[in-house]
Design a protein around this ligand. Structure first.
Ligand code: HEM
Ligand SMILES: [Ca+2]
Ligand SMILES: [Ca+2]
Ligand SMILES: [Mn+2]
Length: 337
């Protein structure tokens, strides 16, 4: 199909809609100066987390959502317990919002999608443009906590946006490019899988392995034992991987990055416009860079095998995977955390 493109006033770029032209300068600025030249590192991870924490702050009356309230009402929302640590990326993003003519709601979702495109294996996310400024702070207790029950997590996602259990699992693919700074504050930057710079399926493999150790101190709220030195496991991820409502969906992503890409992209498209009227928005998805591809296969970390899997899906056996060679290794922290 032939897509008509318009020339942008910058004399360099073309876009599918003239309204998208202003985003080229934003994109170039954040790639260089927020994401360290286009990395899938700490700022990218935190910006992806922020897309969720802004959007999910929505009551069942529909007020709020992906509106930038977490930036404008930072003094309120970053004090909510579930938003611990989010103040840092809010403060890092604020100067870019001030510098460019963009609302904070648009900026958060745009930065999340652009940053995520730096992660090999990521799908190219949709970006719709046109969120008005936020009106009020989100209510407290709208962002799920890692110590919440599966019942309460699934109910919150229904309440916020009618997300199915399958969509919740798909959204947690995000924890493939993620680390925790505050769950165990003695070991900031401890990732949820062994490959925090790649959007692969190791997260779904490794969360299904029997937990055997705490990477730092024990006894932290929302943390359970992980299978690897240097890796941390959230109680919520552990329980979602083992609950009869979500376990088969969880396992379905093992060694299936294409399914992760399709399902995460679709669920993120819903999340990114919570509380917004999409009829008032312009599709500027062509501003999102094409992510680098990932062509590896899922493996068991060195020293572990199918016998270490806590099988939770009752209807399908765990996929057959090979084991990384050599002695058991430790996962390195994400720098800059
Ligand atoms: C059941 C729902 C969820 C819970 C309980 C949860 C919980 C957490 C926790 C506790 C952390 C660690 C924060 C820290 O200590 O620094 C984290 C990190 C993260 N979360 Fe989630 N999360 C959930 C869903 C999501 C969703 C839907 C996204 C999608 C965008 C997401 C994206 C991330 C990312 C990218 C990080 C890593 C941030 C970094 O590495 O700096 N999470 N999450
Ligand atoms: Ca919000
Ligand atoms: Ca990964
Ligand atoms: Mn972090």
């Amino acid at each position: 199909a032939i897509t008509r493109r318009v020339a942008c006033p910058d004399g360099v770029n073309t876009a599918t809609n003239a309204a998208c032209c202003s985003l080229f300068a934003v994109r170039d600025d954040i790639q260089q100066n927020l994401f360290d030249g286009g990395e899938c590192g700490e700022e990218t991870h935190e910006s992806l987390r922020l897309t969720f924490h802004d959007a999910i702050g929505i009551g069942s009356n529909g007020g709020g959502g992906a509106d930038g309230s977490i930036i404008v009402f930072e003094s309120i929302e970053t004090n909510f317990h579930a938003n611990i640590g989010v103040d840092e990326i809010v403060d890092a993003q604020k100067p870019f919002v001030a510098k460019h003519n963009i609302t904070p709601g648009d900026f958060i979702q745009f930065a999340g999608a652009v940053g995520f495109s730096n992660c090999p294996g990521a799908p190219r996310l949709e970006f719709l443009f046109g969120r008005p400024p936020p009106i009020a702070a989100a209510p407290d207790l709208t962002v799920p906590e890692p110590f919440d029950t599966v019942d309460s997590i699934l109910a919150r996602f229904v309440d916020a946006g009618n997300f199915s259990p399958q969509e919740v699992v798909a959204l947690l693919s995000s924890h493939s490019v993620a680390a925790a700074d505050h769950v165990d504050p003695t070991i900031p930057g401890t990732p949820f899988d062994s490959t925090p710079f790649v959007f692969d399926s190791q997260f779904f493999v490794e969360t299904q392995l029997r937990g055997t150790l705490f990477p730092g101190t024990g006894g932290n709220q929302g943390e359970v034992e992980s299978p690897l030195q240097g890796e941390i496991r959230l109680q919520s991820d552990s329980e979602l991987a083992r609950d009869s409502r979500t376990a088969c969906e969880w396992q379905s992503f093992v060694n299936n990055v294409p399914k992760m890409q399709i399902d995460f992209k679709a669920a993120m498209a819903k999340l990114a416009v919570l509380g917004q009227n999409v009829n008032n928005m312009v599709d500027c998805s062509d501003l999102i860079p094409e992510p680098p591809t990932f062509s590896g296969t899922a493996t068991f970390p060195a020293g572990l095998n199918n016998g270490d899997i806590e099988q939770a899906c009752a209807t399908t056996p765990f996929p057959t995977l090979s084991t990384d060679p050599g002695p058991a290794t430790s996962v390195a922290p994400v720098p800059g955390s």
